[in-house]
Design a protein around this ligand. Structure first.
Ligand SMILES: [Zn+2]
Length: 214
């Protein structure tokens, strides 16, 4: 197996070229320099359509990836801006992370899954992130999940959780499918009205199929 393929697999990135991998002696972090493959370059961060390049943006930036053992891994790449006809001047999309996220897709997904399975303190210690970051990640993952598939199909046993972030000033209501462990819905707020929004989205027929709520 070629080194580049090995690194791509290890870093969990797709449509990405790994240019170099270095150990930062000061921080002990592994930094992988990457770039999108040709077909993924110059795409709008919001809609992923191909757009003319605008400028180099703020230069190179980093995204936190999943750790390898105890070593933190960061991806580093140029973050040019493109000019989208719909979204204006925006940072170009990258195949390894969601728009405006400082974490890779795998990192986001692992945090979102952990939020449905374990305690706040366990996530922040295990993933080495602040609790407010967890709230931001769940919001992003949810926005993606909602677009992809009917998250309500076959829902019978659900769990409802309130997550507070921003030092307890902001709340997210999360609904989890107990059978799959999947996050099926999330919205800012922690009151009855927030939860009613969920049941409205679910509709009367599918609401009738819910047998357990915890
Ligand atoms: Zn766009």
């Amino acid at each position: 197996m070629q080194n580049s393929t090995l690194w791509r697999t290890l870093l969990g990135v797709d449509k990405t070229i790994v240019e170099a991998v270095d150990l930062d002696a000061d921080t002990g972090m592994l930094v992988a320099s990457v770039r999108p493959t040709a077909s993924m370059r110059n795409r709008c961060g919001a809609c992923r359509k191909r757009c003319p390049r605008y400028d180099a943006g703020d230069g190179r930036r980093r995204w936190r990836s999943l750790d390898a053992g105890s070593v933190q891994i960061h991806l580093e790449a140029a973050a040019p801006r493109v000019s989208c006809r719909v979204h204006g001047v925006t940072v170009a999309a990258v195949p390894w992370a969601r728009h405006q996220s400082g974490h890779t897709l795998f990192f986001d997904d692992q945090v979102a899954w952990l939020a449905t399975q374990t305690s706040k303190s366990a996530i922040t210690v295990l993933m080495r992130i602040a609790w407010r970051t967890v709230g931001a990640i769940i919001t992003r993952v949810w926005a993606d999940t909602e677009k992809q598939f009917d998250q309500f199909a076959g829902l019978t046993r659900i769990g409802i959780d309130e997550i507070s972030y921003k030092r307890g000033h902001k709340y997210l209501t999360c609904v989890v499918d107990h059978d799959s462990g999947r996050l099926v819905w999330a919205a800012p707020g922690q009151d009855k009205a927030t939860l009613e929004t969920f049941f409205d989205a679910l509709g009367p027929e599918r609401s009738a199929l819910i047998t357990h709520v915890s």
